[in-house]
Design a protein around this ligand. Structure first.
Ligand SMILES: *C1O[C@H](CO)[C@@H](O)[C@H](O)[C@H]1NC(C)=O
Ligand SMILES: *[C@@H]1O[C@H](CO)[C@@H](O)[C@H](O)[C@H]1NC(C)=O
Ligand SMILES: *[C@@H]1O[C@H](CO)[C@@H](O)[C@H](O)[C@H]1NC(C)=O
Ligand SMILES: *[C@@H]1O[C@H](CO)[C@@H](O)[C@H](O)[C@H]1NC(C)=O
Ligand SMILES: *[C@@H]1O[C@H](CO)[C@@H](O)[C@H](O)[C@H]1NC(C)=O
Ligand SMILES: CC(=O)N[C@H]1CO[C@H](CO)[C@@H](O)[C@@H]1O
Length: 474
């Protein structure tokens, strides 16, 4: 049996109170017995059909283990920064799709065409004072200029970030402060990231999985779906996610993994899942971050290392974490891997969970396969309900691929392969499935582009030994 996340049976959807299924709502009061039977039969047929389609596809792409030089994969997911704000100011390659030599502005009031424009400048501060809105509803406003987008009527014009910041913080008289949401870092501010990107592979078209907050994105990162969750709700704190995760898959395949964690207010990502608790893996496979540095030095890293940063005051980049402390943390991780006896076998992926409400000028793709058939609803700031079906990606986030087996200074845009979707968080799962011959977990993972073709068979002896020091405070 493939270890993947099949769509749950229709009865499970209907019984779960806080999620809405894919199909038209059914009013129990008006439902006759005959109607109920007919609907159940219909839902069962649809579920079986979609399950069968996915099963066929997943079997066909159940990859053979590849002959890759990569034996160890290390993933660090930092917090809450968009591509343009963190990486859009990099200048080492004019092909980077950022904000250098490109004017990107948002109106102060997205509903008023005559309102002043607030334009991106390279004056972003080390500490962002006002954590921008990153709910699903806030993200709708940022991307579509409305809390209630209809994909046929509203374009993802990326004009609503400043307006939403003003609405969230009442900053209408303080446009320079509202501009914090769109201003970006110069290479001098982010020397660590600049060195990583310019020495390895920078993706300038990598999208978060969900246009919403951290845990739904972290669930997509580690299982290819959030199982209908669009907020950081209690289920993430109680290990209640039912779906198969990469951690469960790796254990089933006898591949070693550790979730090194420095988080405090949130559970480490591996512990979102019921399986991690019930199998005992939470006790054996989740370790404090200090163990990562010890394992790297000893050459004892597992095949798959998943690093949860501290969240969200100091080293995660999440406001109010200072940017230069986040940089220092990334440097510690890289320097430890570079000095490790396992460096020659290692691929390190650094990405960000979501855009954190910060601005980006590239429209996220629409009409993408969701991880499953579950939808999510929340109340927007205007009091009305907004429903999201996980059928579009989140905002672009900075991502780098670091290894002695990748090219130097590669700027990777759209994937080249025919029939591939885009680079997005679930590209990591797609790559790992190919690398180790695992089942592809969900339709979203299957659609995602792998980055396997960026791993070469040429070992680079020129890999920088230590990254530069982070910037001082500014
Ligand atoms: C960032 O991370 C925090 C904590 O994980 C989360 O609550 C928030 O929704 C995320 N988004 C933004 C924009 O801060
Ligand atoms: C910006 O424009 C200048 C002048 O045309 C050019 O030299 C430089 O390479 C450009 N930089 C980027 C990052 O596009
Ligand atoms: C934005 O503009 C609209 C249309 O002119 C207006 O109704 C609304 O009050 C404005 N919002 C703010 C916060 O000024
Ligand atoms: C994993 O290892 C156990 C114990 O060594 C063995 O029984 C099992 O068959 C292995 N499973 C796989 C998928 O290799
Ligand atoms: C986080 O890491 C720092 C530095 O390695 C350490 O001092 C601290 O105890 C860690 N906290 C947790 C919760 O692991
Ligand atoms: C030092 C340490 O605990 N290393 C562990 C890393 O993770 C692998 C796989 O879970 C274990 O086998 C190691 O013992």
């Amino acid at each position: 049996m493939p270890l993947n996340n099949k769509p749950p049976p229709a009865g499970v959807l209907a019984a779960t109170p806080h999620v809405i299924d894919y199909y038209p709502p059914i009013k129990p009061a008006s439902r006759t017995r005959l109607q109920a039977v007919a609907i159940t039969v219909l839902l069962t047929i649809m579920t079986v059909f979609s399950l069968g389609t996915f099963f066929l596809l997943s079997v066909s792409i159940h990859a053979r283990p590849s002959s890759s030089p990569i034996k160890n994969v290390v993933v660090l997911v930092q917090e809450n920064l968009s591509f343009d704000v963190f990486a859009g100011g990099l200048t080492y390659n004019p092909d980077i799709d950022g904000v250098v030599n490109h004017t990107y502005c948002n109106p102060a009031n997205v509903s008023d065409p005559a309102s002043p424009q607030v334009c991106a400048q390279s004056t972003a501060k080390n500490v962002a004072a006002d954590d921008p809105d990153h709910s699903i509803a806030g993200g709708n406003q940022q991307v579509y200029s409305t809390y209630h987008p209809h994909l046929d009527a509203h374009a993802p014009s990326m004009q609503g970030f400043v307006s939403e910041q003003i609405a969230a913080y009442g900053l209408d008289a303080d446009l320079p402060r509202a501009a914090e949401v769109i201003n970006y870092y110069s290479p001098d501010h982010v020397p660590v990231f600049n060195a990583l990107a310019s020495n390895y592979v920078l993706f300038d078209r990598w999208f978060a999985a969900v246009p919403g907050p951290t845990n739904p994105n972290r669930a997509y990162l580690t299982s290819g779906t959030s199982a209908g969750h669009g907020a950081n709700d209690n289920d993430f704190l109680t290990s209640s996610l039912p779906q198969v995760s990469i951690f469960q898959q790796l254990s089933a395949a006898n591949l070693s993994w550790t979730n090194y964690s420095n988080t405090t207010d949130f559970l480490p990502d591996a512990q979102f899942y019921a399986w991690t608790q019930s199998s005992g893996a939470a006790a054996t496979h989740v370790k404090p971050l200090d163990q990562f540095f010890a394992d790297a030095a000893a050459g004892a890293l597992p095949q798959f290392s998943w690093i949860n940063p501290e969240c969200c005051q100091y080293t995660s980049f999440h406001p109010p974490s200072p940017i230069n402390m986040g940089e220092a943390f990334v440097k510690r991780i890289y320097d430890a891997l570079r000095a490790s006896p396992q460096w020659k076998d290692t691929l390190f992926v650094l990405t960000f969970d979501e855009h954190g409400g910060f601005a980006d000028h590239v429209s996220p793709p629409e009409g993408v396969p969701p991880g499953d058939a579950l939808a999510y609803s929340e109340q927007a700031p205007d009091g009305k309900t907004t429903t999201f079906r996980f059928d579009r990606l989140g905002v672009r986030v900075p991502t780098v691929l670091v290894s002695p087996w990748v090219g130097k200074g590669v700027v990777q845009g759209r994937p080249g392969g025919a029939g591939e979707g885009e680079f997005t968080h679930t590209s990591i799962l797609k790559f790992v499935a190919e690398l180790w011959g695992l089942d592809v977990l969900t339709p979203r993972v299957e659609w995602s582009a792998s980055f396997g073709n960026l791993v070469t068979n040429v070992f680079r002896a020129d890999a920088v030994e230590r990254l530069p020091e982070p910037a001082g405070e500014w």
